[in-house]
Design a protein around this ligand. Structure first.
Ligand SMILES: [Zn+2]
Length: 104
């Protein structure tokens, strides 16, 4: 006769809301996406990495990097325009804006 020892795992804990996924692209998505051609944020013109770890997204099979989450928001609000701008920048038609000097 088998005796069943019931192990009950109590998964109690705080039911606080986990932060929503930021929609990070998967490694597979990134692998097949067209690489981001710039080293600056196409939205703000900031050099990537200067404001922390760049935010990486994939839109329409293209990798896009942003200096911060705010720029992701701006980009998504006007995606066709920024994608066109990205194309122009990749083609060398536009260049990284000069960083805003503060004070002087
Ligand atoms: Zn930014």
């Amino acid at each position: 006769m088998l005796c069943f020892a019931g192990l009950v795992l109590c998964a109690c804990g705080s039911a606080d809301k986990a932060p929503k996924s930021e929609g990070q692209p998967s490694a597979a998505e990134l692998a097949k996406a067209k690489p981001y051609p710039l080293d600056w944020c196409v939205v703000s013109g900031e050099t990537l990495g200067e404001m922390g770890t760049p935010v990486v997204k994939v839109y329409q099979g293209r990798e896009v990097k942003f200096c911060c989450k705010n720029c992701v928001h701006d980009f998504e609000a006007d995606m066709p325009r920024y994608l066109a701008r990205l194309d122009s920048a990749a083609a060398g038609q536009i260049h990284q804006p000069e960083p805003k000097g503060q004070g002087g």
